[in-house]
Design a protein around this ligand. Sequence first.
Ligand code: CMP
Length: 221
Amino acid sequence: RTDPGEFVGLLTEGDRDDLFRMGRRRRWPAGATLFSEGDRSTTVVLVLTGRAKVFSLTAQGGEVLLAIRGPGALLGEMSALDGAPRSASVSALEPLDAYVVGVSAFLDFLGTHPDAAVRIVRMIVSRLRDADRKRVEFGTYDALGRVALRLAELADRFGADAEHGVRITLPLTQDELAAWTGSSRESVTKALRTLRRHGIIETSRRSVSVIDLDRLRDRAK
Ligand code: CMP
């Protein structure tokens, strides 16, 4: 299954070479901020290795996790395309290796590479589908179901060859899970405790390990 956030890997080799040639290589350490919500946009980022989190701050200063993007992701395309300020903040969860391309070069590239432009449309459509589905889920599942669903989804995306019985460790805090599932910190703690008691996951302070993906999927139904 293709990661809905994948972009680079779906380009033809020629298109990818053209795009990388316009950029410069850049690394960020874990925890570094790539974009801040509300900033003016000057660049897009093509992730080669490492994962980043996309988040927005509430009026109360709480963090709402919008997405985790991994290798192959294109970041910063939204404000590059509509010229509005950055829609969200992005920070590195792990050391990140990437190409950075200026917005006007990127827009020129899309004008001359229609297949790549269509890829972006597909990626954004897939994100809209996810957002629609999440809205429906929020009205349907309780906190345990939502936590199980989100973890199963992340394990599917980031543990591609880790189907049965292989541990998949996700760098997630309980606060991030709470923000992402629209649940309170307390109900996330409770949901994780239930999943742990059933031997489905293990947790440490900053990560969740999925031990039994099949049973996690069952809990998410
Ligand atoms: P931009 O608005 O330029 O800056 C923030 C970036 O985060 C945005 O472009 C996208 O690349 C990314 N982003 C924002 N919202 C989402 C989302 N819901 N899912 C995935 N990526 C997102």
